[in-house]
Ligand binder design. Structure first.
Ligand SMILES: Nc1ncnc2c1ncn2[C@@H]1O[C@H](COP(=O)(O)OP(=O)(O)O)[C@@H](O)[C@H]1O
Ligand SMILES: [Mg+2]
Length: 362
């Protein structure tokens, strides 16, 4: 789709976001294949890809190291299967003052449970990985698939979350040795302590204290990093592609998502409606009665196609003039290179090179 390709021209980062299960991972991979075929050096960060898709990309297990996907003639295609915990460990290693401090943090139970207990950790780690790969200079374009996130702010604010946590007054208060201090902190603390207790079990306060003691001195490094990551998310070359399906619940979520992006001052660059019923136009009446059952099927399909387009019409209008790409509901799971190529062709042209597509090399 030429309009989509044009909207993504000059992008150095593409963030694929939207509701869960609609095809974000599939669309990220397809865009990566399409734009690599068009001659760019592309790296795609996938989040929890389906096993067969991971296989198709040559990704055996979660790993933060980009793996080169063979088969590109002009560009390069690399893929990462996000290792959220590993990314966090790298970050800790980077900002701790000694190996000892890093080891202490990694051994902390609260830290070990942080990715599941602190909302936004996986989002932040996806963005952190994005930052690393973008600044590595090895790629023209980094495409990031995102975890299922209902609120776009969880994505945009993810870098700040962790720093906020580390700078949190209540948590700092936990560093105080006296229980009396805890008692006066009231309701907000209770809620936080509940979160901690879910994560860390009975010895929660001891763990939390150890956690914040272990992190002591790293707040500034983390804050600085979070700012740098956020700057990438706000950069001109960073584009947001909202992925949805025509299902009403997904559309409602995608709409909420797009609204939150707009509220945050971020423009939706393009939208992809995945799993849409294809339309073949109005069905003619035929004089040949043997064709009747087929024409009936076709008419049925056309009604579904019309209903799908009606379901997304409001959202399409809301994000206008951003272009909208459509990917049909396929009969097979998209789990090999040739099906990715088909989707890529539908999204960004027939897989062929476009004249502008290779002009943004560093
Ligand atoms: N257009 C499509 N037609 C048929 N199946 C699809 C299509 N897009 C995605 N799928 C399948 O749907 C499942 C979920 O897709 P995925 O990309 O993992 O969604 P998300 O990342 O949004 O959770 C996968 O098994 C994928 O192969
Ligand atoms: Mg996914």
């Amino acid at each position: 789709m030429a309009e989509l390709l044009r909207a993504l021209e000059g992008a150095s980062v593409i963030v694929c976001c939207g509701p869960g299960g609609v095809g974000k991972t599939t669309v990220s991979a397809s865009l990566a294949v399409g734009l690599a075929t068009a001659g760019r050096r592309v790296c795609v960060i996938t989040v929890d890809p389906a096993r067969r898709l991971a296989d198709a990309l040559g990704l055996a297990e979660v790993s933060n190291l980009p793996t080169k996907v063979p088969g590109e003639r002009d560009g390069e295609l690399w893929a990462v299967m996000l290792d959220s915990q590993g990314t966090f460990d790298d970050l800790v290693r980077r900002y701790s003052s000694s190996d000892e401090q890093a080891a202490k943090i990694r051994a902390n139970r609260l830290y070990q449970n942080l990715s599941s207990s602190l909302g936004g950790t996986q989002e932040y780690m996806a963005m952190e990985k994005l930052y690393e790969l973008t600044t590595s200079g090895a790629f023209d374009l980094v495409i990031v698939d995102t975890p299922p996130t209902r609120n776009a702010l969880d994505l945009l604010d993810a870098p700040r979350r962790l720093t906020n946590l580390l700078e949190n007054k209540i948590f700092r208060a936990l560093l105080m040795p006296t229980k009396a201090y805890l008692r006066v902190l009231g309701v907000a603390t209770q809620a936080l302590l509940r979160t901690i207790s879910v994560a860390a079990g009975a010895e929660l306060v001891a763990d939390a204290v150890a956690f914040f003691q272990a992190f002591a001195g790293m707040e500034d490094g983390f804050s600085e990093r979070a700012r740098a990551v956020k700057a990438v998310l706000e950069a001109e070359g960073t584009r947001y592609v909202v992925v949805t399906s025509p299902r009403p619940d997904a559309v409602a979520e995608a709409r909420f998502f797009a609204q939150k992006l707009a509220d945050a001052g971020t423009t939706v660059t393009a939208m992809v409606v995945n799993r849409i019923h294809p339309s073949f136009g109005p069905v003619e009446v035929s004089p040949d009665p043997s064709l009747e059952p087929y024409l009936e099927n076709l008419a049925h399909l056309e009604r579904l196609a019309t209903a799908d387009r009606a379901a997304v019409a409001g959202l399409v209008a809301a994000i206008a003039p951003a272009p909208v790409g459509e990917l049909p509901l396929m009969e097979l799971d998209i789990a090999d290179r040739s099906s990715l190529m088909v989707l890529a062709g539908l999204l960004v042209g027939s897989g062929g090179a476009s004249p502008e597509s290779s002009t943004t090399n560093r």
